[in-house]
Design a binder for this molecule. Sequence first.
Ligand SMILES: [Fe+2]
Length: 477
Amino acid sequence: METKSLNQISCEQVYNIWATEPHLLKIIDLRDRVAFLQGHIPGAQWVPMNHLEKEIDVLGNRLAVMVAPEHLLEELERRCGEAQNCVLLSQCERWAQLKKPLAGNGVEAIVEQYLNKGEAMKNDIIFHQLFDSESSTYTYLIADAKSKEAALIDPVLETVDRDLKLIEELGLRLMYVLDTHIHADHITGAGEIRRRTGVQTAVSKDAQVGCVDIPLEDGQELFLGDKKIHVLATPGHTNTCMTYVFEGRAFTGDALLIRGCGRTDFQQGSSEKLYESVTGKLFQLPDQTIVYPGHDYRGMTSSTIGTEKMHNPRLNERISKAQFQQIMSDLKLANPRKIHEAVPANMACGMPRDHRTFHPQNVDGIPEVSVEDVHSKLSAAAAGNIRLIDVRRPDEFNAEYGHIAGAELVTLGPELTAFLEKGDRSEEIVFICRSGGRSGQATAESQKLGYRFTVNMTGGMIRWNEKKFLVERNKGE
Ligand SMILES: [Fe+2]
């Protein structure tokens, strides 16, 4: 139907304004609620016809673009009256044909859940926010209280013991470990937790992590009891970022931070994509959705979608895509300290050496193995999979107790410190001394420097000799 008094605007014209100067627009969607939820222009507001005048009153200088079905056009004309800045979007369905992002997909299922369950859905879950002070990373434990099924989001390798203890204390069954993306600032605990518990690990399928159990896709759903974890692809910080939405909480990783967002300058990041992910997807979630980010560096713990829409200085409803891209390109940040270690490790589920030779016992924080264990694995040392580092003095190396064949002498003190400082942190090393004391110190020192697979041989060469295992003594050295 042709309208006489309402000016029409084409999809292309709206798109051009929407993409560059969205603060000049207010898109008012007058279709029925179901049609709106099935897909709408990102940023559009659903308005019932009888509220239209109120919206027009608060337009200010913005252009109101009406999305309306034919049968409402006459009423629309009447209600718009003489308002000069109201236009009708012609042939709205062409928006999709232009391949512009439509909000919808995973998002409307979440909105639907809100409409149906409201506040009640917050009461029957278990939720813990955990923190790693080294990398300022938040790890989240979420669970369905009835079935006790749980998931961990973004665990950190160094805090795996803490997280698993909490799960045990709460009597939960860990079903999934979910990473929001391939992290550059810490090593994921996913692989280590799987090794210990057999849990399934999940990350975006686009990350192409071979060791992952569930490669995730946009719109996928995972269950904890009868409750859903909705998976939303929110690329931009990296090309594989996912947001997980569970019972009114959005775990946004580094896509949306509290009053900020993740950087977009490495790991196939894109400020354009991040803008689209946040405004087109996350900002389409109900305003009261609680935002739990991947990090916070200022002591904040949570926010809401509504608050971030208003107050996020980089991404709020008044900032255009072009402005956002400028902000991001002006940042010029240094690389994270751990990037060269963390990214390759995380591509291997946090376990670059998935087949470790030793499974040490932790004694007072020091991983320890017995002389029998070391003896049975000497072939691994001969094959170069592990290193035997003897930390005694040179005069002890060839004296009474001798040394293990293949052991390298690196004396505890400055020599060992220099050796460790330039070494490969993912190398598997057994430290050896006379009775286990100095090699324990060496193990502790290596772990402080970031070594993850170093162990102490308890009992040292004294025990080794008691067991009558072979020793070497290089005479004349
Ligand atoms: Fe990140």
